[in-house]
Design a protein around this ligand. Sequence first.
Ligand code: 3PG
Length: 306
Amino acid sequence: MKVLIATEKPFAPVASKAIAEVIEEAGMTPVFLEKYASKDELLAAVGDADALIIRSDKVDNDVLNAANKLKIVVRAGAGYDNVDLDSATNHGVSVQNTPGQNSNAVAELVFGMAVMAIRNMFNGTSGTELKDKTLGIQAFGQVGRNVARIAKGFGMEITALDPYCPDEAMEQAGVKPVHSVEDLYRNNQVVSIHIPATAETRGSIGKDLLLLMPKNGLVINTARKEVIDEAGLAEALRERTDLKYVADVAPDSAAEMKAEFGDRVFFTPKKMGAQTAEANINAGIAAAKQVVAFLKDGVDRFRVNK
Ligand code: 3PG
């Protein structure tokens, strides 16, 4: 059986080696398609694959149509907005993710970018500190929980918004629950976004919310660019020259924003929240094990499509 590992943004070599070992030990054949430049390469490679492991790689109806033998797609990571779930269901393909496996890496990047932003992009001028600042975590999932854990070490006051998480779970983690997105933005100097991109969340963070933020507000987005209303973000940054926006998921208008707002915005050149050896090993091995468990024993525990 062929397991295709298609990663436009490859795993660390140490992780690729470990993934291959898990697949080979199960008597299957790992095939790597890394840094591919066109969708055609993926369409050709997936033709005879029984299983597919991906990262943010797009698996749309064309890919699923080309994949004649495919039974399972595992997204080595959390977000699966890059996979056409309905089409996968129609093709009889299980789609799974590996929740939690790369979340510490993303959470650590939040603080790397937070310190950089409040120290004025390390330009040598006097900045501020995270200690005693208020932090609002938008969604208390695996990444949000890691962000809270690290924020405690910085001495921040932490609140979180998550309609799907009981207040008690936040309270047990030393986090104050809030119940409206307006309150989250109104009461926190730093807001860290961890919501998935869904029909409900797309474009949901815009001018009105951003203008509620206290003076010197900082928004950190390591989630998805789609959750931001980019025109609204630009308007808010124009109107409030004290606001800053840093993101691991660069907006489509990154170049224009950089030109207009300079060091008040920062974007990583490529999404790198989960780009650590540890995250790649954790998520990659989990994905390989899930493929093996599904193909051998039909284990479908992490399935995300119907
Ligand atoms: C995720 O959803 O797991 C993260 O956004 C990481 O994505 P990546 O594997 O493309 O880096």
